[in-house]
Design a protein around this ligand. Structure first.
Ligand code: GDP
Ligand code: MG
Length: 201
């Protein structure tokens, strides 16, 4: 087994995060957790690239469609279709427009439980219901209801990989091996070293 401190995750600050002037605040929140930034760039993705990104997980269409249909039903509303694939088609088209509309900031964060820690700091997908204290909960205000009425993607500031497997598939799409840096942070000693002798003089 690889040591968990080598776990990596992909984070994208979406165009609304860049336009709102939140790049610094968002990076601060991940950085202060103790995770290490190992890759960083600003790009304007194409629609084709965004489609590739979301379809990297062959189950994404079905899972996202089922999740969306369930959330309509839970709120006593009729989903736009009973077919998860059709529901996801609309979401994917909206995501392609949204994420190719301007610069985004792509990052790779590394460290123990990187995927889970980043998901926790990021918060749930829908800003209206994501927890207070999270990026999506604190820094923006959108909902599925309003984004659906307006026929656009929900503006939730961030993409963050959902699982370590998803991260390892997504990272090579956004970064070449050369763009990911191998280095040590002094602060890693206090997070990971088994033996803390050497602090007292
Ligand atoms: P994430 O990992 O938290 O970003 O969420 P998912 O991977 O499940 O979904 C990816 C993107 O699809 C989200 O960021 C939303 O833009 C969109 N999405 C997911 N679920 C729903 C939903 O129930 N309704 C709508 N309108 N969009 C959704
Ligand atoms: Mg996801």
């Amino acid at each position: 087994m690889k040591h968990p401190k080598t776990e990596r995750t992909l984070v994208i600050i979406k165009p609304d995060g860049v336009q709102r002037g939140l790049i610094g605040e968002i990076i601060r929140r991940y950085e202060q957790s103790g995770l290490k930034l190992v890759g960083l760039k600003m790009v304007v993705p194409t629609k084709d690239f965004i489609e590739k990104h979301y379809l990297i997980n062959p189950e994404w269409r079905r899972i996202t469609g089922e999740k969306t249909i369930e959330s309509y039903r839970k709120n006593g509303k009729k989903p736009p279709s009973d077919d998860p694939i059709k529901v996801t088609e609309v979401i994917l088209n909206n995501l392609k427009k949204y994420l190719s509309s301007g610069p985004v900031v792509a990052m790779v964060w590394q460290g123990m439980h990187a995927v889970g820690i980043v998901r926790k700091i990021t918060g749930g997908t829908e800003p209206l219901t994501s927890d207070v204290g999270t990026i999506r909960g604190d820094l923006t205000i959108d909902s599925y209801e309003v984004s659906d009425v307006d026929g656009r993607a929900v503006r939730n500031l961030i993409h963050a990989s959902g699982t370590p497997e998803e991260a390892e598939a997504e990272i090579p799409l956004w970064f070449s091996e050369k763009e990911l840096l191998n280095y040590r942070l002094i602060s890693e000693a206090i997070l990971y070293d088994v033996n803390l002798d050497g602090i007292l003089e």
